[in-house]
Write a protein that binds this ligand. Structure first.
Ligand SMILES: [Zn+2]
Length: 162
């Protein structure tokens, strides 16, 4: 699957809840996992492949998760500054503030409720992917000045490669 990039309207929609885990949903999850692995990403949300459904996949520190209808239950710990990027805004990175710990709950492909608490990179990936389901991108979390300069850099890089 092709990863949608900045400017694509599917990245800006609030994704819809999954009603039932059927073959369609299982296929979407498979494609998301393949796409994430191929792109070497730490996570991927369904809107990034143009599907407006609340599904995320995560692959951080050997921990692998497929989560349907995930909800951010709690964030805690210090607010950490960390260099962050996104497969949908390729080639640029910026320092983003996020909580050091995050807990989400959702449903796995077997229909069981799972809860995941992550620290560090996993906490960051959790918060980043939940943002995608709500139509938010990491650039939205930057100051206006930083966002503008990052997007300028992004445009420059895109023009350079096409
Ligand atoms: Zn992203």
């Amino acid at each position: 699957m092709e990863i949608r990039t900045y400017g694509d309207p599917s990245l800006r929609r609030r994704a819809e809840s999954v009603e039932a885990i059927d073959d369609e949903i299982r296929t979407i999850c498979e494609r998301m996992v393949e796409t994430m692995l191929r792109a070497n990403g730490a996570g991927l949300a369904a809107p990034q492949i143009g599907i407006s459904k609340r599904i995320i996949v995560l692959d951080v520190d050997g921990e692998f998760h497929v989560l349907i209808n995930p909800e951010l239950i709690e964030t805690s710990g210090d607010v950490e500054q960390f260099n962050e990027g996104c497969l949908s805004v390729p080639g640029v990175h910026a320092t983003v503030s996020r909580s050091a710990r995050a807990t989400i709950a959702g449903t796995n492909l077997d229909g069981e409720r799972v809860e995941i608490t992550g620290e560090g990179l996993l906490a960051r990936a959790i918060q980043h992917e939940i943002d995608h389901l709500n139509g938010r991108l990491f650039v939205d979390r930057l100051s206006q000045v930083k966002r503008r300069s990052l997007l300028k850099e992004y445009d420059r890089k895109r023009r350079g490669t096409t």
